[in-house]
Design a protein around this ligand. Structure first.
Ligand SMILES: *[C@@H]1O[C@H](CO)[C@@H](O)[C@H](O)[C@H]1NC(C)=O
Ligand SMILES: *[C@@H]1O[C@H](CO)[C@@H](O)[C@H](O)[C@H]1NC(C)=O
Length: 340
């Protein structure tokens, strides 16, 4: 009958509640991104897209090819037949596949998957996705973008650098830049088949992208809507964070584009909270009762954890009501008692 017997189900319920809660808040709905009062619907960019990058590392005498795959609406699916050790972890939304080809040509290429961002809450050591949204015109690094747009920042990935035996946090910063003439899927890069970035104009003139101001994140010179802009170590609050920067030109980043009819209202956070709370309490009561039944042979009211308290609720309520009534009435006649 002591209070200690309810400890286990209570903590179990709390753990369930907090983990479910963090899962629910760790994601977002790509159809309904609201930042600074502006709503964006990126549903049309759903699916797996790829951006590429190659660099030669002369010191390491190797060429590195990167395939960055992302899905802004869902977690990535693994390719059929892809080896597990050459694929990103379950729950990844932004994945880099790094292929290292020794320039000497004697050794085989190695393929390393890098989790950049995703939801790894149940995977152990992962960090939360922690999505951040920002209007591009107001974003801090001063890029002047006339038509506006949306910056999406996703976290969660970590990758161990073998050379220094240290896990480096990863993040993806995707700038959705308003371009009224682009759907956002031109020249891409859907995650099927090959894609080569188109070579520049024949006269060699460089096309200037909206962000190509020479100061921040020069993006690759490509006509594709989704462009690679950088994958470098950046300092964030004095910590090194390997940051993948992408730019995505699309009309869905324009403020006044609303695609299709308005969606039916989605379940808000609060609804989820209530449901989760209800489930947690229910499982607490059920598990607690089961425990009390099995361990202590409890029956009837004793089955319920806090059975005494629950049984007392009507009396407590009555008491409270009586006190309220007394207070209200008593304000006129000091020190008076009313019979109940
Ligand atoms: C390269 O791969 C082949 C076949 O997959 C293997 O026989 C060979 O030993 C590998 N070479 C090195 C240097 O790893
Ligand atoms: C990268 O993507 C290209 C084309 O999408 C594909 O041919 C290549 O095999 C990929 N590389 C790796 C290492 O997955």
């Amino acid at each position: 009958m002591g209070p200690q017997r309810i400890n286990e189900p209570l903590s179990l319920a709390l753990i369930t509640l907090t983990s479910l809660g963090s899962l629910a808040s760790a994601s977002y709905d790509c159809r309904d991104i609201i930042t600074e009062g502006v709503k964006f619907n990126l549903e049309k960019l759903d699916g797996q897209f790829i951006a590429h990058w190659s660099r030669d590392d002369l010191e390491a005498e190797a060429r590195y090819n990167y395939n960055f795959t992302l899905d802004i609406c869902h977690v990535l699916k693994r390719h059929k037949g892809a080896k597990k050790e050459e694929s990103c972890s379950q729950g990844t939304r932004v994945c880099a596949i790094e292929e290292m080809i020794p320039l000497s040509g004697t050794n085989n290429a190695t393929i390393i998957p890098i989790d950049i961002a995703g939801t790894y809450a149940l995977g152990g050591n992962g960090k939360p996705l922690d999505p951040k949204f920002e209007l591009l015109s107001s974003s801090k690094d001063g890029a002047q973008i006339e038509q506006g747009g949306l910056r999406v920042e996703l976290h969660g990935g970590q990758h161990e650098l073998k050379e220094i035996k240290k896990k480096i946090n990863q993040r993806a910063v995707i700038d959705f830049v308003c371009d009224p003439n682009r759907e956002g899927t031109e020249g891409d890069e859907k995650d099927i088949g090959d894609f080569e970035p188109e070579s520049g104009d024949s006269n060699g003139e460089r096309k200037l992208g909206p962000r190509d101001d020479g100061e921040v994140g020069k993006c690759e010179d490509s006509e594709a809507s989704l462009r690679f802009c950088g994958y470098e170590l950046e300092k964030v609050d004095k910590n090194d964070v390997k940051t993948l920067r992408l730019e995505w030109r699309t009309k869905y980043a324009c403020k006044d584009v609303h695609s299709g009819p308005t969606q039916p209202a989605r379940w808000g956070f609060f609804t989820w909270f209530i449901i989760i709370l209800f489930l947690a309490i229910a499982s607490y009561l059920i598990f607690g009762s089961w425990l009390n039944y099995n361990r202590y042979g409890a029956r009837g009211w004793d089955l319920l954890p806090h059975g005494d308290t629950i049984r007392d609720i009507p009396y407590v309520l009555k008491d409270v009501a009586r006190n309220v009534v007394t207070t209200v009435q008593g304000s006129g006649s000091r020190g008076g008692y009313s019979a109940v």
